[in-house]
Design a binder for this molecule. Structure first.
Ligand SMILES: C[S@@+](CC[C@H](N)C(=O)[O-])C[C@H]1O[C@@H](n2cnc3c(N)ncnc32)[C@H](O)[C@@H]1O
Length: 242
C-alpha cells in the first residue's frame, strides 16, 4: 500500500494522442456513450477528460497517490492489487481498462495487478496495459507462455505481449516497453485470492531483482521482476495446456 502524501515528480502526464500511440486504440471511435472506461493510474485524468468532451461514457480514474482528478471523471483512490474495492464494485462491468505506466508498473506484484484488471472486463471487452518489458519476468524465459496458458485455461481470456520501443521524455533514452492486451470476460469462479494463488503455483513466486526506472525524486520506483517456481509450489494446477 502507498501510505505517503507525496506525489512523485514523474515526467509530463500523457495526453490522449500519446495514449493512442501506446495502446493502438482510436479512443473517439472506441468509447461509445453507453460504455465504461477505467484508467488505472490516471494521474489528473488528462486523456479521460479529452474523451469527456466527446462522449457520455462512464469514465473512472484510479490513483494510488492523492492526486486531484479533472472534472467529469469518477475519481477513485486505491492501490492495486491490495485494495479490493474496485474489484468488488466493478468486476465484469468495464468495457475498457487501461493502465499506462500505472499500477502494473509500480505495484508490488505486476502479475496480480494484471489478473485484477482482467477481472474487471465484461464480455467482448479489453484491457490494454503499457509497462516496461522487465516487469513481467525475463523475456528469454518461458514466463510469457505460462502467463498465456494461465489466462487461457484458468480465466478463459486471451493475453498478448507486444514489445515496442519508446523514449523517455527526460533523457530521450530508449525504453523497452511492452503493450499487454487482455480480451474477453473472466469466467473463473475462483476468488481473486485463489486466482493469485493459482498463478503463483503455475507461473512462480515473484522476486524483485533491481530498480529499472524511478521518479526524479526517487519516491516511486519500477522494479525488474523475476518469477521463480519454489520447490513447494504445486504443479497440478488446471492451467497446463491440455
Ligand atoms: C507515472 S504516473 C502515469 C500517469 C498516466 N497514466 C500517464 O501515462 O501519464 C503513475 C500513476 O499510477 C498510479 N499508481 C502507482 N501505483 C499504483 C497502484 N499500485 N495502484 C493504482 N495506481 C497506482 C499513480 O498514483 C499515478 O497516477
Amino acid at each position: 500500500m502507498i501510505h505517503t502524501n507525496l506525489i512523485p515528480s514523474w515526467p509530463k502526464e500523457r495526453d490522449l494522442a500519446c495514449y493512442e500511440l501506446f495502446t493502438g486504440l482510436d479512443f473517439e471511435k472506441e468509447i461509445l456513450d453507453d460504455m465504461a472506461w477505467i484508467d488505472i493510474g490516471c494521474r489528473t485524468g488528462k486523456a479521460l477528460s479529452q474523451i469527456r468532451k466527446k462522449s457520455k461514457a462512464i469514465l473512472l480514474g484510479v490513483n494510488a497517490h492523492p492526486i486531484r482528478v479533472r472534472p467529469g471523471i469518477i475519481s477513485i483512490s486505491a492501490t492495486l492489487p491490495e485494495d479490493t474495492d474496485i474489484y468488488e464494485k466493478y468486476k465484469n462491468k468495464m468495457d475498457l481498462v487501461t493502465d499506462i505506466h500505472g499500477a502494473v508498473s509500480y505495484c508490488s506484484n505486476p502479475l496480480e495487478a494484471l489478473i485484477y484488471e482482467a477481472c474487471l472486463l465484461k464480455h467482448n471487452a479489453q484491457a490494454i496495459i503499457v509497462t516496461l518489458e522487465h516487469r513481467m519476468g525475463e523475456p528469454s524465459s518461458d514466463v510469457f507462455k505460462k502467463i498465456e496458458n494461465f489466462f487461457k485455461n484458468t480465466m478463459n481470456q486471451t493475453i498478448e505481449f507486444q514489445p515496442f520501443p519508446s523514449y523517455s521524455d527526460n533523457s530521450k533514452t530508449l525504453i523497452h516497453t511492452m503493450r499487454i492486451t487482455i480480451k474477453g470476460k473472466c469466467h473463473s469462479t475462483l476468488s481473486l485470492n485463489n486466482l493469485f494463488l493459482e498463478a503463483r503455483q503455475y507461473i512462480g513466486e515473484m522476486r524483485k531483482n533491481k530498480v529499472i526506472s524511478e521518479a526524479k525524486d526517487k519516491s516511486a520506483q519500477v522494479w525488474q521482476i523475476l518469477y521463480r517456481k519454489n520447490k513447494t509450489s504445486l504443479n497440478n494446477s488446471h492451467c497446463e495446456p491440455f
